[in-house]
Design a protein. Structure first.
Length: 364
């Protein structure tokens, strides 16, 4: 069976690269499907190494020698980071379509099914990325499958309701990733749909380690891994606690440390798997912490995208970790993360996910 995946593709975001790989892996390795991710681009330069180098050269010509020294470091870090993401993503079979942000209608004839998801494909804040694609409007309704789709919000504003009703009602099968998404579908369509775990949680620790990469920082000493997509606290008490307990602190997205800032998805996996404690406001960072049975602290998103907490609420509730929010913990509890029941809970959720896939693939 030929399946096309339609999802957000962002070669600066760990979560969407890893969930894209997970959907591909599950459908191809466990169900024997021929799976391709479908990627539309306005520009042909997407993830093209020659274009990146050309851009760097042009960029440099327009800078003074003083500014160049500063910009070279920052721009160079971004190039390295993007390249690391692109290289890791080569393990995901992808077909690129250039000249438009919309996928061509001719694809409908070439695939048996289309899977939309996972990730925040239905977040209206990202509408510029093309609802046309994420509602699979180029495909026959009977071929449209939503796999753990996320809205990233708790409700749909009035002005967006018709677009969502029209788009969602065309799917043959819908599953969502959050309880808030389940409530949205119920409100819009009057339908009950299943809530599934994020696809990354369908793979085992060993399966993820197979596609990991050794980080370019020293992981031999105990360290705290910090990964904040929102604004970091000006005075993060975890730094004081780490120093007091002789832990190194590694912060992803710290552009002053190129080895961390430019880390690709493979290094992201390794950094989590080797960490003593993870501190993050990122859904997928916390999901991987659970996969690797690591103590973690959940931070509220600050500054931007503060509306996204519903994504973490469902994840924490499923595995009994509602108490891992930063404001609910004292220092004595930082490393005391109870995983006793998680293995069985995860097996149950994985079975639910597998049953959904089987129902879709085996329908008459």
């Amino acid at each position: 069976m030929k399946i096309g995946i339609v999802t957000i593709i962002d070669h600066t975001n760990y979560g969407n690269r890893l969930q894209n790989y997970a959907v591909y892996y599950v459908l191809s390795k466990r169900y024997g499907c021929k799976v391709t991710t479908l990627a539309p681009h306005k520009e042909k330069a997407f993830c093209d190494q020659n274009y990146i180098l050309w851009g760097k050269e042009v960029f440099a010509k327009h800078l003074s020698s003083v500014a160049h020294a500063v910009a070279e470091k920052r721009f160079g870090n971004n190039i390295t980071r993007w390249t690391n993401f692109c290289n890791w993503s080569k393990r995901i079979p992808t077909k690129h379509y250039y000249g438009s942000e919309e996928l061509p209608k001719k694809l409908n004839e070439k695939y048996d099914l289309f899977f939309a998801g996972s990730d925040q494909i239905w977040n209206y804040h990202f509408s510029f990325r093309g609802f046309y694609n994420y509602f699979l409007q180029f495909a026959d309704n009977r071929k449209k499958i939503a796999i753990a789709g996320s809205f990233g919000v708790e409700e749909i504003p009035f002005e967006w309701r018709k677009a969502y009703i029209d788009g969602l009602s065309s799917f043959a099968y819908i599953s969502v990733r959050e309880e808030a998404g389940q409530a949205i579908v119920k409100d819009l369509l009057g339908k009950d749909v299943p809530v599934l775990i994020d696809p990354v949680m369908m793979l085992s620790k060993d399966e993820w380690l197979e596609v990991s990469k050794k980080p370019r920082v020293d992981c031999s000493k105990p360290y705290i891994l910090k990964y904040y997509l929102g604004d970091e606290l000006e005075e993060d008490k975890i730094d004081v606690w780490a120093k007091k307990n002789n832990y190194e602190v590694y912060e992803l997205l710290n552009d002053q440390i190129p080895e961390l800032y430019s880390a690709g998805p493979g290094e992201f996996i390794s950094l989590i798997s080797n960490a003593t404690l993870i501190c993050s406001d990122s859904f997928h960072c916390i999901a991987f912490s659970i996969i690797f049975s690591k103590p973690f602290i959940v931070y509220n998103r600050r500054g931007k995208d503060t509306y996204m907490s519903s994504r973490l609420d469902t994840l924490l509730k499923k595995f009994g970790f509602q108490n891992r929010w930063k404001h609910l913990l004292n220092e004595s509890e930082y490393l005391n993360c109870d995983y006793e029941l998680v293995e069985e809970l995860l097996k149950t959720e994985q079975q639910k996910f597998a049953e959904y896939i089987s129902a879709v693939l085996n329908r008459g």
